[in-house]
Design a protein around this ligand. Structure first.
Ligand SMILES: [Zn+2]
Ligand SMILES: [Zn+2]
Length: 406
């Protein structure tokens, strides 16, 4: 058995099994906790984050190491007390990171992705992005400066990062005395709600004590309505990730005076003019709501995501053995697949061209392992031919996927 397998890869089948169990339960009990398009979008966002994470984790570690070596105020000895102190500090910093992620536009632009789903189930826990991870690392940079060793910090962040998976569910009610000090599914349901009385509440990750201390705690007293107060209504992978950055950029451009611009960047989301989004959607997001999703489209997306998840699991498990260049190609391939699935859900016609890109990438990656010139000749010959018969092929493809040509 190879020595350098990454055991963290097994989190993927474990979490998928839990999602499956939750889906089965919600179907059996007639509760509609899952919407097909929302769940696929949630998984897509999570797959991208997991993938890019393999490149950024090392960088984050070196940031902590550098700060620890050069700026540590203390050098704690490893002990059980230190681990407890680290857990409390990590959770305290998380509270402020999360609260500011809701209260400042520059951070909300990244965190909004986590709140875009109108559902609330385990797939929502996957809605995290690498941009959030970068911002969080900035906040957690306090930990090595305080004197916690980088190895300890990364281990703690792993546990701290796994915990929130379990609180994204409607299947678990209130948890008795645990409700007093832990963040429970009930507390986190309130956080994901768009109801007036639930807005901007329950920011905690593991302990709910910070919310109680700083006045942002609310108990769940009625069934929440999930999602954003201004729902996004788009499953486009790219739009979900970048819409708020564009809105903010647009808002800043339109604001007069340097001071006012800074105020908008670091101010609350409701400072941003709500008329900006519809204008940008008109420009970048051609709506195509008239066509209903077909069974074929549904199957095509499910098969792609199933293969991608299997690919992601293998990629993470064998990461050590895959050369960096091939890792980059696989990442690119999977990202194109995610964009493809999002665009298919939106019934876009340009998805056809993404297939060209995926086709070429397969041969380039294969060539890296088996350097036979024939592997490059195949796409070099097939692609010009495909382009020659472009309109016919495109019609066939769109008929196959959407059951229509236009
Ligand atoms: Zn949040
Ligand atoms: Zn959440």
């Amino acid at each position: 058995m190879p020595q350098h397998l990454n055991p963290m890869a097994f989190a993927i089948p474990l979490f998928l099994a839990l999602m499956g169990a939750e889906w089965w339960y919600s179907r059996k009990t007639g509760k509609h906790y899952f919407n097909f398009r929302n769940s696929i979008s949630n998984l897509n966002v999570g797959i991208a984050e997991r993938l890019i994470d393999t490149f950024t984790t090392g960088i984050f570690y070196f940031v902590y190491l550098y700060l620890y070596k050069h700026f540590a105020l203390f050098h704690f000895k490893s002990s059980i007390l230190q681990w407890i102190a680290l857990l409390i500090c990590t959770d305290f910093i998380w509270y402020w990171y999360h609260r500011l992620a809701h209260e400042m536009n520059i951070f909300w632009a990244a965190h909004v992705v986590h709140h875009q789903s109108d559902d609330f189930n385990y797939t929502v826990s996957a809605r995290i992005t690498v941009f959030q991870a970068i911002i969080r690392t900035g906040f957690w940079a306090v930990l090595p400066v305080l004197g916690f060793a980088p190895g300890m910090i990364t281990s703690m962040l792993l546990v701290h990062g796994l915990y929130p998976f379990f609180i994204h569910t409607r299947t678990i009610g209130k948890l008795g005395f645990l409700e007093y000090f832990l963040v429970t599914p009930s507390h986190h349901r309130v956080h994901h709600a768009s109801d007036e009385d639930y807005l901007d509440k329950n920011y905690g990750d593991v302990f709910i004590i910070w919310d109680k201390l700083f006045g942002t705690f609310v108990a769940e007293t009625h069934e929440p309505v999930y999602g954003l107060t201004k729902p996004l209504e788009s499953h486009s992978f790219l739009w979900q990730h970048f819409h708020f950055y564009l809105e903010l950029l647009h808002g800043v451009r339109r604001t007069e005076g340097f001071k006012n611009k800074i105020k908008l960047i670091f101010g609350k989301p409701d400072l941003l003019d709500p008329t900006i989004r519809p204008k940008l959607e008109e420009k970048y997001l051609l709506r195509n709501d008239t066509v209903q999703a077909t069974r074929r489209l549904h199957d095509y997306v499910v098969i792609q995501i199933a293969i991608t998840l299997a690919g992601l699991f293998t990629f993470l498990l064998l990461e050590y053995y895959i050369p960096a260049f091939v890792q980059a190609l696989i990442t690119l391939f999977i990202l194109i697949t995610l964009i493809n699935c999002g665009a298919i859900l939106e019934q876009r016609r340009w998805v056809f061209y993404l297939e060209y890109a995926r086709f070429s990438l397969i041969f380039i990656a294969a060539y890296c392992y088996f350097p036979y010139a024939a592997l490059l000749w195949i796409p070099a010959l097939v692609l010009p031919m495909a382009l020659y018969y472009d309109s016919k092929l495109k019609q066939q493809y769109l008929r196959l996927v959407y059951g229509r040509t236009a």
